[in-house]
Each structure stands twice: as C-alpha cells, then as structure tokens.
Design a protein around this ligand. Structure first.
Ligand SMILES: [Ca+2]
Ligand SMILES: [Ca+2]
Length: 100
C-alpha cells in the first residue's frame, strides 16, 4: 500500500515536472518575438490619437508605462516613441528575470 502511494506520487511529480519544463521552454522560445509583438500592441492601445507617440496623458492608462515614463523618455520631450516605449517593456522583462 505504501509502495503504491509512493509510485503514484512519483508519477504525479514526474508529470508535473515535465509539464512545467514544457511550459518554460515555450515561454522562452516566444520571449524575443513575443515582447516586440506585445509591445507593438500595447503601444497602439496607449496611443489613442494614433500620432505614433504616447504622451504622458496617454501613458496614464498603463501603470507601468506611467511609472517608467520619465526614465523611458530619453530625449525628455514628454512623448514616448515606439523605441522609447519598447525600452519600458525590455526593462520590465529584465526586472522580472532578475526577480526570480
Ligand atoms: Ca498619441
Ligand atoms: Ca521622447
């Protein structure tokens, strides 16, 4: 009886580990492409007047963008270009990585 429980536990653990490994592999593979695609979408969503720039007012719709606006706004014109905005996503992703 005890042996049976151990076997079941081992099988469950192996299954969980395999599923977790597959999950991490998928996330890793999509990371580079995923960020730029996601950033593109987020940028478009924040750029409500579609002028190709996210203003401070537009950035307020997103807490991360709003919080990081000043550090992302490299030329301090109080507008984020797509390149400046993508730096926010990149910095956030790197923070998440080091946070683990
Ligand atoms: Ca805009
Ligand atoms: Ca700027």
């Amino acid at each position: 009886m005890t042996r049976q429980i151990i076997t079941i536990a081992a099988v469950l653990f192996a299954g969980t580990a395999a599923a977790g490994g597959a999950l991490n592999a998928d996330v890793g593979a999509d990371l580079d492409v995923g960020i730029s695609g996601q950033t593109e979408t987020e940028f478009s969503e924040l750029d409500t007047n579609s002028d190709g720039m996210v203003s401070t007012a537009e950035a307020e719709a997103d807490s991360t963008a709003s919080m990081r606006f000043n550090e992302a706004d490299e030329n301090h014109d109080e507008m984020l270009t797509k390149a400046e905005f993508s730096a926010i996503a990149k910095a956030s992703a790197e923070e998440e990585e080091t946070g683990e």
